[in-house]
Design a protein around this ligand. Structure first.
Ligand SMILES: [Zn+2]
Length: 239
């Protein structure tokens, strides 16, 4: 069990909120990612907390940590992709359900069924689906349509603090647009092994050279999200 001491009571409470209660749990997330998650949850931390977390994993006191180990941790911190505390599972599944309804609407019009909703402070500000065929426009993916809608709604193309729920892992075009819009969190359902740009083919969100601020989480209602696509392609083959 993680305890106070050595951890500060506030740090320990925040770790519990993140579901990290044991050294094994800490090891699974890693010292650097845990440190970033604590920061994302609103704690003000100094590097000493990072040394402390790593020391718990090493089983040695922080004051005995070698300088090269600290340098390694700082480099890992600098290169780590953005992290965020994500909403509770039930909330993510609720909004993904709405994105799935959008995907079903795509299918009804013969478009590849992908849906997206954008949420700001718990309120849906955009719901869209793929309309490439109807619009004769290759860029009309669900995400791009949702970004356009949300931009008009907010009267701002920058969507700081907004989240997007997408039934399918975004492609490189959409990943780039999402990062440029500064969407805070991207939550997607099924992975896309042929064009996915959130880890399947490339992970643009993890490339620090792009100055990304967007955290990603996949696998929410992935079976349902995958099923909409397989049903669509099966029907297409039958038809
Ligand atoms: Zn796309």
């Amino acid at each position: 069990m993680l305890t106070t001491p050595p951890l500060a009571p506030k740090t320990l409470a925040a770790l519990h909120r993140l579901g990290i209660r044991t050294v094994a749990g800490l090891r699974q997330t890693g010292a650097v990612q845990t440190f970033l998650l604590l920061k994302a949850s609103g704690l003000t931390l100094t590097k000493s907390t990072l040394w402390q977390l790593q020391s718990l994993l090493d089983g040695t006191p922080p004051q005995e940590m070698a300088q090269h180990e600290k340098t390694r941790l700082l480099a890992e911190l600098k290169n780590h992709p953005p992290v965020a505390a994500f909403p509770p599972q039930g909330e993510m599944e609720y909004f993904m359900g709405l994105a799935l309804e959008q995907a079903e609407m795509s299918a009804l019009t013969g478009e590849i069924p992908v849906g997206a909703v954008i949420v700001s402070d718990g309120i849906v500000i955009a719901s869209a689906h793929n309309t490439c065929i109807a619009d004769c426009n290759v860029s009309r993916h669900a995400e791009i349509n949702a970004l356009a809608q949300a931009g008009s709604e907010m009267q701002n193309y920058r969507l700081d603090g907004c989240d997007i729920y997408i039934t399918l892992e975004p492609c490189a075009m959409c990943a780039s647009a999402l990062m440029q819009a500064r969407v805070k969190r991207v939550i997607y359902g099924a992975s896309e092994p042929k064009t996915g740009a959130a880890g399947s083919i490339v992970n643009l969100f993890a490339d620090k050279r792009l100055n990304t601020h967007t955290a990603i989480r996949g696998g929410i209602l992935q079976e349902e999200c995958r099923a909409v696509l397989s049903r669509f392609f099966q029907n297409k083959r039958k038809g």
